[in-house]
Design a protein around this ligand. Structure first.
Ligand code: PXP
Length: 245
């Protein structure tokens, strides 16, 4: 059975919208773990648009589960990973102007650089996963890079009008990756509606899911949050914390 990695980037997106201290992905990671998260993923982007360095440092010390650090294969990020020592690094392509990670890594074209980064991180005991489309030439190149893991990009499956064809590509990609000796995760765009067939792929080890879970958390939590504010407004003295009375 596939395990579940929770991507908390969008918790940080809400915080950064006000440059304030809430919601705090470090605190909410505890709740995600209580809900059954097997790992926590954060993407430290070059422009720091959501996750901050402080989040990564604190998560590394507070998580009971595993920290999967998503990052670009740059010198700055490699230095950060070697300092923080997450349980896993997932290398992703990154463009400043994109809204989210758009495609998989072009491992075929970037093999010399990626091979070096994989060697540096894995040489220090940090397993590396490469985020790629489920294409044979990319998977072969992943194998050549020395990375132990791949994360198959499920965005095309999530967005297509022909999910059966895309699912077949993910299934074939998983089989090929396993035959090459790679371990397989998957993620991007998975939702409560489309996750089940991907979770059922034999040998699929972990699904990394973010946006749909944060969206669902707002939906199931909003009524309670409003009720609590309403109670404070109606009975202010009664509800004030003792030290502010
Ligand atoms: N996996 C990778 C490599 C990603 O870049 C992302 C998005 O940050 C995810 C998984 C999670 O995608 P989503 O937020 O669409 O669930």
């Amino acid at each position: 059975m596939a395990s579940l990695g929770i991507n908390l980037d969008h918790v940080a997106t809400v915080r950064q919208a006000r440059r304030t201290v809430e919601p705090d992905p470090v605190q909410l990671a505890v709740l995600a773990e209580l809900g059954g998260a097997d790992s926590i993923t954060v993407h430290l982007r070059e422009d720091r648009r959501h996750i901050q360095d402080r989040d990564v440092e604190l998560l590394r010390h507070t998580l009971r589960s595993r920290l999967n650090l998503e990052m670009a294969a740059t010198e700055e990020m490699v230095t950060t990973a070697l300092r923080v020592r997450p349980h896993q690094v997932t290398l992703v392509p990154e463009r400043r102007e994109e809204v989210t990670t758009e495609g998989g890594l072009d491992v075929v074209r970037q093999l010399p650089v990626l091979r070096q980064v994989v060697e540096r991180l894995q040489g220090e005991g940090i397993p590396v996963s490469l985020f790629v489309d489920a294409e044979a030439d990319q998977l072969q190149a992943c194998r050549t890079s020395g990375a132990r893991w791949v994360e198959l990009h499920t965005g095309a499956y999530a967005n297509t009008t022909n999910p059966a064809a895309e699912l077949a590509r993910l299934q074939a990609g998983t089989r090929l990756a396993c035959a090459l000796g790679l371990r397989v995760n998957a993620g991007h765009g998975l939702t409560y509606r489309n996750v089940e067939p991907v979770a059922a792929i034999p040998a699929m080890e972990e699904l990394n899911i973010g946006h749909t879970i944060v969206a669902r958390a707002l939906a199931v939590g909003l009524t309670t949050a409003v009720r609590e504010m309403k109670a404070l407004i109606r009975h202010p003295r009664h509800n004030l914390p003792a030290n502010e009375d």
